[in-house]
Write a protein that binds this ligand. Sequence first.
Ligand code: FMN
Length: 383
Amino acid sequence: MPHFFDHRHPTADDLRATARRRIPGFVFDFLDGGCNDDVNLRRNVEDFRSVELLPRYLRPRGTVSLETELFGRTWAAPFGVCPVGLQGLIWPGACEALAAAATARGLPFILSTTTTADPETIGRITGGSHWFQFYVPYDPGLRENLIARVENSGCSVLVLLADVPVFGYRPRDIRNRFAVPPHIGVRTVMQMLARPAWGAAMLRRGKPRFATLKPYLPPNIDLRQLADFMNRTFTGRLTGDDLARIRDRWKGRLVLKGVATPEDAEEAAARGLDGIIVSNHGGRQLDAGQSTIRALPAIVAAVGKRMEVMIDSGVRSGPDIARALASGAKFTFLGRAFMYGAAALGDRGGEHVAEMIHRQLTQVMEQLGCERVADLPGHLARG
Ligand SMILES: Cc1cc2nc3c(=O)[nH]c(=O)nc-3n(C[C@H](O)[C@H](O)[C@H](O)COP(=O)(O)O)c2cc1C
């Protein structure tokens, strides 16, 4: 059976435009926004687009394969779905639908600690191919409880987060008084009434909840209280010692996400981690930070022979993935592109984005005369 593909949306920008019309303004702002002046958010995207690749037209060629070996598995292509909090608020059921779509396409899905489905549910959907982004609790009892749940869900890759020592300063969310459940003011109600498809889907699925955290949370908290709870309960400021402690406990593969410098990458390698994701949280944390594609080469030079170096933040297309791999990354993840898809097309959004990116990446590799993803570095235009 051919894969689902919606011809009205051949790009992530098309999906973003439809998402903006389908979901309430305060929800779109939460998904779309960066931090402070959105400089880092824009640079992530622009700097990707400035990387140039060289085609080799006259070389003999065979069939393009996107298959990629990573952590003992063969994935169908070198991309997966980023962990995103509150997916069910952005589009009801989005977390479960994206996990199913990724699994059907042989791609990894990373589950966020702060999203709206729990590891038990996602483990059943993915058959154990999911990864889990783990906020590390201070309390050893809670830490053990959560790790054991993740382990029992069949997850084999645990992802720790380096880049949220504090919550980002996000003007759009501040202006909207963004809260969960939403702050019910006249503006919010008007925004919800103006988006009937989202409202109807929300009524069908019920109010989104922090599914994984529910057993530990006070009932009905708003985002401010959630931030306080997260600060009190979880270590935002990870140190090398924290990495070592989790390394001792977790038998599967261990990855650090949010690495922006060769120094942090070195520390992760020294503590025995298996991989890193070069990421700046999609420009949502440090507006003065570097774009990830700019930070990547020095990090690959420092640790690329010792661990798997992956990247996210600013990836919107197949050509972006080719650029990332040509610049030394092994694998890529997309956050907003998948969520724009879910908001624009509901349950089929994930399938569409996977197919769109797959087609785009295959096309660019055929154009380059590059049959295997491992050969992309040979196509980078240098200098
Ligand atoms: C709405 C939203 C919520 C996010 N929530 C989380 C989260 O709970 N945990 C996490 O590790 N990263 C989170 N991220 C960051 C993503 O995992 C990823 O690093 C980022 O979206 C990549 O950039 P891109 O959106 O440009 O692809 C979130 C990103 C967005 C847009």
